[in-house]
Design a protein around this ligand. Structure first.
Ligand code: KG4
Ligand code: ZN
Length: 336
């Protein structure tokens, strides 16, 4: 028989999320409320607004997640409450951490503080049972870009990272320059479908060197190209930028798999929703004879199911957190 489920809570940025997940990583309920509409006119997430929206949303989101799972909010019978403790915006994080502490105390169950990045790294496990180790995961979001090795279950080793912009950040900046609004990733992805990815040959910085990534030169090249030829088709610029980014990321993944002997190549983070990147990772995995593990779109972007899933493993290793736990906005990925 399976042990009681875990309630996961995620409030690191502009999404308020709660989910109930079983020990075999079955998602019983998952609710995500976003305050993105409040930030659109500022061209990026405004921390103060995000924090206030978290306060408004946390109770209804928790109620819906418990209700959808058919659990009584007074006696839900969950095994623990797992919550993102960092990294993220401090005002946003504190809302989830405070709610999690209150519920853990009221229900008499352990509190488990989870690293948001570990959540993204575990997301691929939610829908793909028994992934073969070692796993190389490309984690690409608005704030992070890293290549991570999972050689033993849920212990993560950093192989490489961006030395300047995160991939999502580069998408958002280029989109702003093209007047596509915020968030830019989905807009560039959509616009690229009608553009020619070979129209402009943008640079591929560090493509053939090591496992670190650098994107600021590419971003500057895009801005220069637009300034030099303002009437170039925006779709061609978007498609050519996207082709350069994906080309670099795929080369890094291939090198990481070759160096580590990985049997699985996984994606995580908001940019993992990108259509060209997903297709390229599947193609690369087929070429290398290994398995591709791509989370479905709701588990690429911020969600609480991934936090609950990461929480199970911490709990099993006796890594519950004290009620004095605080949010850590600059939490890093723990060394394996
Ligand atoms: O993981 P996430 O939801 O939040 C962070 O932890 O950052 O990622 C958000 C990022 C944004 O930069 C957004 O533009 C990007 O993911 N993104 C995409 C796509 N969908 C979201 N980037 C490229 N293509 C997409 N389809
Ligand atoms: Zn995230």
């Amino acid at each position: 028989m399976l042990a009681a489920p875990i309630l996961g809570i995620e409030t690191s940025c502009d999404e308020t999320a709660a989910a109930v997940v079983t020990e075999d990583l079955g998602v019983v309920s998952s609710v995500v409320e976003s305050s993105i509409a409040l930030h659109v006119r500022f061209g990026g997430v405004v921390p103060e607004l995000a924090g206030r929206a978290q306060v408004d949303s946390i109770a209804p989101v928790l109620e819906r997640a418990l209700g959808d799972a058919g659990l009584d909010p007074h006696r839900p019978g969950v095994r623990a409450v797992a919550v993102t403790k960092g990294p993220g915006l401090v005002g946003s994080l504190l809302v989830g951490v405070s709610a999690a502490k209150a519920l853990a105390l009221a229900w008499g169950v352990p509190l488990v503080g989870v690293n948001h990045l570990e959540g993204h790294l575990v997301a691929a496990h939610l829908e793909h049972a028994c992934l073969e180790l070692p796993i190389v995961t490309l984690l690409v979001s608005g704030g992070h870009t890293m290549l991570v090795l999972e050689r033993t279950p849920r212990s993560f080793e950093l192989l490489g990272a961006t030395i300047d912009d995160a991939v999502g950040e580069a998408y958002d900046k280029v989109a702003r320059y093209l007047g596509l609004g915020y968030p830019g990733g989905p807009a560039i992805d959509a616009m690229s479908t009608s553009g020619d990815p070979a129209a402009i040959r943008f640079p591929r910085p560090l493509r053939d060197v090591g496992l670190d990534v650098s994107l600021s030169g590419l971003k500057t090249a895009v801005v220069r190209a637009i300034d030099k030829a303002p009437y170039t088709s925006a779709a061609d610029v978007a498609a050519s930028f996207q082709a350069a980014v994906v080309d670099v990321l795929v080369a890094k993944c291939e090198r990481a798999v070759e160096l580590t002997g990985a049997r699985t190549l996984a994606l995580g983070g908001g940019v993992a929703a990108n259509s060209r990147l997903r297709a390229a990772i599947i193609e690369l995995s087929t070429h290398l004879g290994i398995r591709a593990a791509l989370p479905s779109l709701p588990y690429c972007t911020d969600n609480a199911a991934m936090i609950a899933a990461a929480g199970f493993h911490l709990l099993d290793r006796g890594l519950a957190s004290p009620l004095s736990m605080s949010a850590d906005p600059s939490l890093r990925l723990a060394a394996a």
